[in-house]
Structure formats: C-alpha cells, structure tokens
Design a protein around this ligand. Structure first.
Ligand code: AMP
Length: 112
C-alpha cells in the first residue's frame, strides 16, 4: 500500500491534533472540519479502505468502532455520525481506512 498522509501522522512526521491513541489506533481532528467536532479514527496498520479489509481485520475493525464511540463521549457529544467513505466515488480521498466522527450540530439524512 502506498504511503499516505495518515502514515506520516502515525509516525509523527507531520503534526496533528491527536485526541486519542492506543497500540492499535489513533484519533485526531480533521484539518477541514465539517462540524464543531470532526475527528478521524484510523488504524495504525495501513489498511487501504473497507473494500480491501478482510476477516483478519475483524477484531481491529470492531476496536475502531468502539474507539469512535469513546472519542464521541470524550468530546461530550450526545449524538454523532460515523462515516467511512469507501472509494473515490463515495468521496474517499485518503486511502488509509478512517472513520469520521462528526457531531456538535444537527445533521440531515440522507447525506448529499
Ligand atoms: P475522506 O475524504 O473520507 O478520505 O477523508 C479524508 C479526510 O482527511 C478529509 O476530511 C480531510 O479533511 C482530512 N485530512 C486530510 N489531510 C489531513 C491532515 N493532515 N490532518 C487531518 N486531517 C486531514
């Protein structure tokens, strides 16, 4: 998998506003927030997208979701949206799997 900007954040080669970290994942504020709270939760292991994840990552994927909820609670959100853009057509721009945790404002459904 090609090196992405998120690998550079994991390896502290570029700065990020990190709000949570453990052995398996990192969570940091999105540089272009779409809501008052917009955090990205990423695995330290470089998985390109949900489309390329397989059963070997089942435990890690569960861990990422639980940590997304942890971050939302840490940010004192009452409601929040988790988004995983998969593939260019869906708006994925960084090909290192990430969960957007977005909250702090009302949100419409369906998304545009
Ligand atoms: P996606 O479009 O789903 O692939 O989301 C990628 C997200 O990464 C976008 O919301 C970007 O604003 C965000 N992003 C890109 N570069 C950085 C960075 N250096 N630090 C924090 N967030 C970033």
């Amino acid at each position: 998998m090609a090196e992405t900007i998120f690998s550079k954040i994991i390896h502290r080669q570029i700065p990020a506003d990190i709000v949570y970290e453990d052995d398996h994942c990192l969570a940091f504020r999105d540089i272009s927030p779409q809501a008052p709270v917009h955090v990205l939760v990423i695995p330290k292991e470089p998985i390109e997208s949900l489309a390329t994840a397989n059963g070997d990552s089942a435990e890690l994927l569960g861990h990422l979701l639980l940590k997304a909820a942890h971050v939302a609670r840490q940010e004192q959100l009452e409601g929040w949206r988790t988004v995983i853009n998969t593939g260019t057509e869906a708006g994925q721009t960084v090909f290192h799997l990430h969960i957007h945790v977005i909250g702090g404002r009302p949100m419409a459904w369906p998304p545009g």
